[in-house]
Design a protein around this ligand. Structure first.
Ligand code: PBG
Length: 323
């Protein structure tokens, strides 16, 4: 039916009508809030390029998790910034490091909260790469051992979900095997399956002090030009036992989110990364767009593309906006 019979505007007349035909509904249960955690107590270090986000010590992170929980946030993902960095990232395995301490603090302060952890070496190595480096190369198989050790450290502290973000080949299967061997068959794996070598991680690398000291991550993270490869990566992670697959970044990769959604029945996460967050804030600060509206629009777009859950620094604020 064409005009004048068909008038799509009929269903846009009032908010009640629009609500009836609305296809995508954001809810607080969609969000996972990333938190940066540091050693010490009573620490709050605001992150300049990420307005409203800070690095917290475990005690303060637990307070923040409590505040977020009260707003409706049901899941957090922890990124650790260690006391010291070295060539093999040995602080990733410390059982009293900031991530294990924060897991325990949040579990105590907010018993229902889903606690996820980012599993990667780049925050812990002095060269800032995501694995073992030899002659300027990031070695795949030796890195798997480190990642599994880090995942186990988090599982032992009580993490519910571990999320390898390194992009080494075979890491999901390797971590699954090690978790099972140690009796952590209930700890889930959320795989950063299609993680692109993106410029949009800039503010995160400031926050985590994890920019590579030489070169870049293009020998392990994906080429932004590739689509089919993302499907292969997601399939591999599914075969290796991932419980959740992820696409990252989210906004510039919505085609990938949709395509992975259509390929797999696994729950799908999308990561609205630091640069996406920073861009919206920066434009809003200049008065160039409305912060609250842009926040919700950016998130509903990611969900509409097919994500079941969204990792976003906006999580607590978005919950307030959805009230
Ligand atoms: C660790 C990791 C990164 C991000 C999440 N996990 C940084 C990177 O790969 O350089 C980026 C998150 C963000 O930008 O918000 N490998």
């Amino acid at each position: 039916m064409a005009f004048p019979e068909s008038r799509p505007r009929r269903l846009r007349k009032t908010e009640a009508l629009r609500a009836l035909v609305r296809e995508t509904i954001l809810t607080p249960a969609d969000f996972i809030w990333p938190l940066f955690v540091v050693p010490g107590t009573h620490v709050e270090q605001p992150i300049k390029s990420m307005p409203g986000q800070s690095r917290w010590s475990a005690d303060r992170a637990a307070d923040e998790a409590r505040r977020a929980w009260d707003l409706g946030v049901k899941a957090v993902i922890l990124f650790g910034i260690p006391e010291a960095k070295d060539a093999t990232g040995s602080h990733a395995f410390k059982k009293d490091g900031p991530v294990p301490e924060t897991i325990r603090a949040i579990a105590k302060a907010v018993p229902g909260m889903v606690i996820m952890t980012d599993v990667c070496m780049c925050e812990y190595t002095d060269h800032g790469h995501c694995g073992v480096v030899e002659k300027g190369e990031v070695l795949n198989d030796p890195t798997l051992e480190l990642l599994a050790k880090e995942a186990l450290t988090h599982a032992r502290a009580g993490a519910h979900v571990v999320a390898p973000s390194d992009m080494m080949d075979g890491r999901v299967g390797f971590i699954r095997e090690q978790l099972d061997e140690e009796g952590f068959e209930d700890v889930a794996i959320m795989a950063y399956s299609a993680k692109y070598a993106s410029a949009f991680y800039g503010p995160f690398r400031d926050a985590a002090d994890s920019a590579p000291a030489f070169g870049d991550r293009r020998s392990y993270q994906m080429d932004p030009a590739n689509f089919n490869e993302a499907l292969r990566e997601a399939l591999l992670d599914e075969e290796e036992g991932a419980d959740i697959v992820m696409v990252k970044p989210a906004g510039p990769y919505l085609d990938i989110v949709r395509a992975v959604r259509e390929q797999t029945d696994l729950p799908l996460a999308a990561y609205q990364v630091s640069g996406e967050y920073a861009m919206i804030h920066a434009a809003a600060e200049r008065g160039w767009l409305d912060l609250d509206r842009a926040t919700l629009e950016s998130l509903v777009g990611i969900k509409r593309a097919g994500a079941d859950m969204i990792l976003t620094y906006f999580a607590p604020r978005a919950c307030e906006l959805l009230k």
